[in-house]
Write a new protein. Structure first.
Length: 258
């Protein structure tokens, strides 16, 4: 799947969505925000996709919403476009990784925070900048940032609208790992490749339960559900057999029972 300002490619179980508007530091237009949920739905339904990577073209991740389109994005139906895209990304049922270089600002942070993990280069710069524009950051994005980095760090970014470097982002939990700029693609490829060899059942259960815990939502029923799903599936017996045989497991689970 290629074309447009959101490019998508699938290889070896990994889907990569590239925000491809390098002349504008990959700022998201209303059309791009609108397109992302549908693209994610297609990838979520594809059994060949085990991991999703979100990245940007031309040395930047995403500089946020296109400032020229803010009157459209912040009013009427457009006011919900970035939130819908963010929530679709957060709800993607398989592991998601943001591969971040250069600017990750405003709506870029909104997208990065909606991913499960964030790997960035030492050149990455992060900021949440509505205070420079006199607007209010989306509520769901604010809540997600607070859960990710805590109230004080969230207020620091939102109050000041300052950009922080990769080390600062790593310290507050906005980044999970810093890698050399020339090694980002290789590190993402290797890590995503590792994830494709693990049990997707375990990963989906983990994602749902961890997200519920982080949001302060009840999770006991979902733990019981996933335990039942594991007992009824083939991944657990295969994992044990592979361990005893000293071989790599061949997990086959792809989706919950109907």
């Amino acid at each position: 799947m290629t074309g447009g300002l959101l490019r998508c490619a699938v290889a070896d179980g990994v889907a990569t969505i590239t925000i491809d508007r390098p002349d504008k530091r990959n700022a998201m237009t209303a059309a791009m925000w609108r397109e992302l949920p549908g693209l994610l739905a297609v990838l979520a339904a594809d059994p060949d996709v085990r991991v999703l990577v979100l990245t940007g073209a031309g040395g930047n991740f995403c500089a946020g919403a296109d400032i020229a389109e803010l009157p459209t994005i912040n009013k009427g139906e457009g006011a919900h476009l970035s939130t819908r895209a963010e929530e679709a990304l957060a709800a993607f049922p398989k592991p998601t990784i943001a591969a971040i270089d250069g600017y990750c600002v405003g709506g870029g942070c909104q997208l990065a925070a909606a991913c499960d993990l964030r790997f960035g280069t030492g050149d990455a710069r992060f900021g949440i900048t509505p205070a420079r524009l006199g607007i209010v950051y989306p509520g769901t994005a604010t809540a997600r940032i607070v859960r990710l980095i805590g109230p004080s760090a969230a207020k620091y970014l939102l109050y000041s609208a300052d950009l922080v470097d990769a080390r600062h982002a790593l310290r507050i939990g906005l980044l999970d790992e810093i890698v050399p700029a020339e090694g980002l693609t290789a590190r993402i490829t290797a890590f995503a490749g590792t994830l494709t060899t693990r049990s997707l059942l375990t990963q989906r259960a983990t994602k749902e339960i961890v997200d519920a815990v982080a949001a302060g939502e009840p999770f006991g029923d979902r733990v019981a559900y996933w335990h039942d799903e594991a007992q009824a599936g083939a991944d657990a017996p295969e994992g044990v057999a592979a361990f005893l045989d000293r071989r790599a497991p061949r997990f086959t689970w792809t989706s919950p029972r109907a």
